[in-house]
Design a protein around this ligand. Structure first.
Ligand code: 9YT
Length: 129
């Protein structure tokens, strides 16, 4: 069994930040659950364009408000606590944080933690050492 307190992750290599977000990786590929699970915080005003070509991602909002623009269908959805979106078809999308957003994100296949977004907003598939 894995039992982890998010406080143990802060300041470790599982505490990943870019200039647009911070992500605490509760579970990664090396934990052998078949998915990774992250708590991602996006500051107010950020606009993230992404397309996960190599992964499926589900995002559950636990705090804050914003919007999600599905660029494949040109549909805009409100994001608020209790809303989940699942990118089941690798959709191009834009996530806007109106206030600071806190989300729980699950990736399949799991991230190993060192992935960087490419110019399209995708993560590569990386293998563990
Ligand atoms: C919501 C979203 O996808 N943000 C980008 C970061 C990602 N959630 C991650 O690497 O944890």
């Amino acid at each position: 069994m894995i039992v982890i307190d998010i406080a143990e992750i802060r300041g470790t290599e599982r505490d990943v930040s870019t200039d647009q977000w911070t992500s605490l990786r509760l579970l990664l590929k090396q934990d052998q659950m078949g998915f990774s699970m992250h708590v991602t915080t996006i500051p107010a005003g950020e606009v993230l364009e992404m397309q996960y070509r190599n992964h499926k991602e589900a995002v559950y909002c636990v705090d804050g408000v914003g919007s999600l623009h599905d660029l494949d269908t040109d549909t805009v959805y409100p994001i608020k606590p209790g809303v989940l979106y699942a990118l089941d078809s690798h959709e191009r999308h834009i996530l806007k944080a109106t206030t600071q957003l806190t989300t729980v994100c699950v990736f399949n296949p799991p991230l190993i933690g060192r992935e960087k977004h490419d110019s399209s907003g995708s993560y590569p598939i990386l293998e563990t050492d």
